[in-house]
Design a protein around this ligand. Sequence first.
Ligand code: KG4
Length: 356
Amino acid sequence: MHLLVIGALWRIRKVKDMSITILGIESSCDDTSSAVIRDGVLLSNVIAGQAVHEAYGGVVPELASRAHQQNIVPVVSEAIKRAGIDKSEIDAIAFTRGPGLMGSLLVGTSFAKGLASALDIPMVDVNHLQAHVLAHFIEQPGAEYNPPRFPFLCLLVSGGNSQIIKVSSYNKMEVIGQTIDDAAGEAFDKCAKVMGLPYPGGPVIDRLAQEGNPKAFTFSKPHIPDLDYSFSGLKTSFLYLLRDRLKEDADFIEKNKCDLCASLQATIVAILMDKLNKAVLQTGIKEVAVAGGVSANSAVRAAFEQYAQKYGWRIHLPRLSFTTDNAAMVAITGYYKYQDKDFCDMSKAPFARVEL
Ligand code: KG4
């Protein structure tokens, strides 16, 4: 009996010793975020947005970097507090190295280096794009966990990227299609701006589109070969329609706002899904996920459901809290890289432009 108890205690200790706790830090654009993940399970995820950019209709890099400096200490402390852990229990710090705004990335990277050095623990540098994809592997206590099976395709659509990625494992990803100009999120934001809507325009267009007719207006669709995307033509087509109609009626935008939003959104979603379907047919992979800020869009989500029913796709839609920038996705990526002992040293500098 005595031996059994000792054996059980030893096993508990062994399991505890083997558990991995990662602190994630994200500061690539205008969200300062920190999260704690233990053994793949999310313990906390704190995000501080930056309202300062609203007045400018877009992110102002210098203001973003200053706001990160103000936010980083309270955000990281809060993440550790909400996780209910002590700093000494953190095994490694994962931080976003890029892509993103250089001034913003520098704040997160420098802070990660300082804290890792003070705690004498390793650092893991994380590619922001890989993190968006791996957000599908974040486990939450009490929530259903049904992650994609490898290999799968992931449509990564955000303010800076529109890519189709073939994901073979946690650390093996291949971009098989991408935008040759603007990203889908950029198309949402820029078209919103010309209609006088606030930044970021994507969620506003999504909301207004609920009340509009998606067939009210027709916009040009790109003819780009292979699996690549283009959104600059659509943006111009949208701009020209407004220019022409405003000549006839100065209130054109106000009178047709919901129809304009619904038609624009339907065109963006059709462009995205058309190429994604082509990728499914080319690769034969029917396990399909979506990630990034635009994956919060209700029409994108509805289209995924339709394709799942029509073509037998097995789809994965991220929880809304993991669609836009957050440190939980950075921490989960750090967790998998930690298991591969894929650490970085103090000389690692941030990269504004870095590919998968
Ligand atoms: O992933 P994210 O937070 O930042 C980048 O890494 O770019 O994505 C931000 C983008 C913005 O362009 C925003 O307008 C768009 O995601 N977005 C949406 C929605 N929510 C966010 N676009 C369309 N519909 C939405 N509901």
